[in-house]
Design a protein around this ligand. Structure first.
Ligand code: NG1
Ligand code: ZN
Length: 571
C-alpha cells in the first residue's frame, strides 16, 4: 500500500506525491478496456457537459467519455468531501444523441476549472487512464491529501429515457467500481430531480437543509409549497403540458398524484406527448426547443384557441408557455416572460410584506433576451438587469449576487435564487397585518416551490401557474404586459468559429477586426435595431440574433449580419 500518511503533508515538508496502489491503477485500465476511445475525435466538456451525435455513439465514443466522467466524479467527491451527481442526458437533442453532465455538491453545475480536468480525462486512451487519473489526483488533492483516507467518494446518478442510457450506465458503473466509489443509481429522473437529490444529501442536518433526498421528498416538498401559495386562489382552466416524450412525462404524472385537483382548489394538468416507450418520439416535433425555435405549437398537441399550453424539454429543465388566439395566431411566452412574471410577483410580495427595502431584487438575462423584456424590467418594473454570456452557469452566478435573483435564458431555462439574507428575513419577519402574513407565507412557500439548485421545468411551471392565479391573468393578459420586438435567430456555418471572439456579455465582436463596425452600421439602419454574432458553445456554428421594430426589418438585419459573418468567416 503506497498511500502516504496524511501527517506527511504538514508544512515545511516537501510536497508529497501520491502513488496509487498498482492494483488500483490496473483496475482503472482494465475496467476501461470495453470502452475504447475514438482516436479521430476530440471531446470537450462544454456548457452542456459532453454531448454527442448519434453516429459517434454507434461508433462507441460516448461510453469511453462516460467511463472517464465516473473517474472525475470520484476525484471531485474526494476534493469536496461531499456527494456529487452524474446525469446522463442529451436534453433537447434528437433521440439518438446522448450526453453526460456532472453535478456539484450544492446541486449546481460543475465548477469551471474542473471542466478542463474532465476534458483531459475524456481524451485519454484507456491504457493511459490509470496514469492520468493519478496525475489529476495529485494536481487536485495535493493540498488536502488527508481526504484520500477520510471517506470513500460518493456519487449519485440518473438518466433520461434515451435507449442508449442503460448501456452507458454500465460504462459508468465500471468506472465507479474500479475506483471504489459508493454510489446510488436513481434510474430514470429529470435533470433537476437529480440536482435536487444531490443538494438534499449535502445539506442534510444543516440550517440550509433542502429536503428529503428522495424522489418522493421532491414531490412532497413541491406539492406542500404549491398548496400554501395557492391558498384561496383559483387557477383558470386546465394547463396542457407537452412533455417532449421524455422523462418529464412520467415524473409529472407522478407529481400530479400529490397535487390537489382543480376541484380541490388546485390544478388540472393535461399531460400530452408522454410516450416514453417509442424512443424515437423523444423531442420529435414537440418539446420546448421545437416550440421556441419553430415558433409554433407541436402539431399533435390538439390545443384549441385560448388553451393555456406549455412545453418541457427532454430532461425537463426548460419550459416555455404559448397559446393560439381566435385568429389562429401563435403567441410564445418564453423564458424572458417567465422571469418578468416571477419578478413582478416576488417584488409585489416583498412590498406587501414590508421587507422590500432590505432586499435587492434583480433579473439576469443573456443577450438573447428580447429588448422589450429588458426595457420593461428596467423602466416599468424598475428592477436592475444583469446581462451575462450564454450558459446557465454564468446566469446562476450573477443571480447569486442579488438577494432575490431571477434568471432565465430566453429558451426557458432558469430559476430564482434566494440569498441566505433573504431566506432569513423572509423566515423571521413578524407580520403586522393579515395582508403581511399572507405575503410572508407565500414568500416562504415560494422558497420551497422553486428549485433553487437549478432551472426546473416542472417547478417553474407550477410557479408560473400560481402567479397567474394570484393575478387572475390569462396568457393574453400576461402577454400584454409588453410586446416583444420581432426577432430572428440565424445559424451560420463557417470554417473556423473560434476566430469570432465576443466581449461585453457576447454583445460585441472583438475579432475579426472590422466585423463589429459593419454590424453596428447595419443596426443603425433600423428603428430599435439590435444584433449580435457569437460562436456557439454547443455547435460548430456562429449564431446571429437580430431584432427590430418590424418583422421584415428584423429579418433583413439578421441576414445582413449573417452575411458579415460569412464574409469574415471565409477570409
Ligand atoms: P449555444 O450553442 O452556445 O448558443 C445553446 C443555447 C443556450 C444554452 C446552451 C446549453 C441559444 C441561443 N443557445 O448554447 O441558451 O441553453 O445551448 O444547452 O438558445
Ligand atoms: Zn434540458
Amino acid at each position: 500500500m503506497s498511500y502516504p500518511d496524511p501527517r506527511d503533508s504538514v508544512l515545511n515538508k516537501p510536497k508529497p506525491v501520491i502513488h496509487l496502489p498498482k492494483d488500483l491503477l490496473d483496475r482503472i485500465t482494465k475496467g476501461a478496456e470495453p470502452y475504447p476511445i475514438l482516436a479521430e475525435r476530440k471531446y470537450e466538456y462544454g456548457t452542456a457537459g459532453f454531448r454527442m451525435k448519434a453516429v459517434e455513439f454507434s461508433n462507441v465514443g460516448l461510453d469511453h467519455v462516460i467511463y472517464t466522467v465516473g473517474l472525475i466524479a470520484a476525484l471531485r467527491s474526494k476534493k469536496r468531501n461531499a456527494t456529487v451527481g452524474i446525469m446522463i442526458t442529451a436534453s433537447h437533442n434528437p433521440a439518438e444523441d446522448n450526453g453526460v453532465k456532472l453535478v456539484d455538491p450544492m446541486g449546481d453545475m460543475l465548477e469551471q476549472s474542473w471542466e478542463t480536468y474532465a476534458t483531459v480525462l475524456a481524451n485519454t486512451p484507456s491504457d493511459k487512464l490509470g496514469f492520468e487519473y493519478e496525475k489529476l489526483l495529485n494536481e487536485t488533492l495535493i493540498s488536502n491529501i488527508s481526504q484520500l483516507h477520510e471517506r470513500p467518494a460518493k456519487v449519485v446518478f440518473a438518466r433520461d429515457t434515451r435507449a442508449s442510457g442503460p448501456y452507458l450506465v454500465t460504462a459508468l458503473k465500471a468506472a465507479l467500481d474500479a475506483v471504489n466509489v459508493e454510489y446510488t443509481d436513481h434510474g430514470l429522473m429529470t435533470t433537476p430531480q437529480l440536482h435536487y437529490i444531490v443538494r438534499c444529501i449535502n445539506t442534510m442536518n444543516s440550517p440550509y437543509a433542502f429536503g428529503e433526498p428522495t424522489e418522493q421528498g421532491y414531490y412532497e416538498k413541491m406539492a406542500k409549497a404549491f398548496k400554501t401559495v395557492m391558498h384561496g386562489r383559483t387557477i383558470q382552466g386546465p394547463v396542457t403540458v407537452d412533455c417532449a416524450n421524455g422523462v418529464g412525462g412520467p415524473k409529472l404524472k407522478e407529481l400530479i398524484k400529490y397535487l390537489p385537483s382543480a376541484k380541490e382548489g388546485g390544478i388540472d394538468i393535461k399531460v400530452v406527448n408522454d410516450d416514453v416507450v417509442k424512443p424515437e418520439a423523444l423531442n420529435f416535433e414537440c418539446g420546448a426547443d421545437y416550440v421556441k425555435t419553430k415558433q409554433r405549437a407541436p402539431p399533435n398537441s390538439n390545443a384549441q384557441p385560448g388553451d393555456r399550453c406549455c412545453s418541457l424539454d427532454g430532461d425537463a429543465d426548460r419550459v416555455v408557455y404559448y397559446y393560439t388566439d381566435e385568429q389562429k395566431t401563435f403567441h410564445l411566452l418564453d423564458g424572458d416572460r417567465i422571469a418578468t412574471l416571477g419578478a413582478v410577483f416576488l417584488a409585489d410580495m416583498t412590498r406587501v410584506a414590508g421587507i422590500d427595502q432590505k432586499l435587492k431584487i434583480g433579473i439576469v438575462q443573456t443577450a438573447y433576451a428580447n429588448g422589450a423584456a429588458t426595457e420593461y424590467v428596467e423602466k416599468v418594473l424598475k428592477l436592475p438587469v444583469t446581462i451575462t454570456p450564454t450558459g446557465v452557469k454564468h446566469l446562476h452566478h450573477a443571480a447569486a449576487r442579488y438577494d432575490i435573483g431571477v434568471y432565465f435564458e430566453a429558451n426557458g431555462h432558469g430559476t430564482v435564487l434566494f440569498s441566505e439574507n433573504a431566506i432569513k428575513l423572509i423566515r423571521e419577519s413578524e407580520p403586522k397585518s393579515p395582508g403581511q402574513k399572507h405575503a410572508l407565507d407565500s414568500l416562504r412557500a415560494c422558497i420551497d416551490l422553486i428549485n433553487q439548485a437549478v432551472g426546473d421545468a416542472i417547478s417553474d411551471m407550477l410557479f408560473a401557474e400560481v402567479v397567474l392565479a394570484h393575478k387572475s391573468w390569462t396568457l393574453e393578459n400576461w402577454r400584454n404586459t409588453y410586446i416583444d420586438l420581432p426577432n430572428r435567430l440565424v445559424r451560420v456555418v463557417v470554417n473556423d468559429r473560434s476566430i469570432f471572439k465576443a466581449v461585453d456579455a457576447e454583445r460585441r465582436l472583438e475579432s475579426p477586426k472590422g466585423a463589429q463596425d459593419e454590424i453596428d452600421k447595419y443596426c443603425q439602419m433600423y428603428i430599435k435595431g439590435r444584433a449580435f454574432a457569437r460562436a456557439s458553445g454547443t455547435e460548430d456554428a456562429v449564431r446571429v440574433y437580430a431584432e427590430a421594430h418590424s418583422k421584415t426589418e428584423a429579418e433583413k438585419l439578421a441576414s445582413q449580419v449573417a452575411e458579415v459573418v460569412r464574409k469574415y468567416g471565409s477570409m
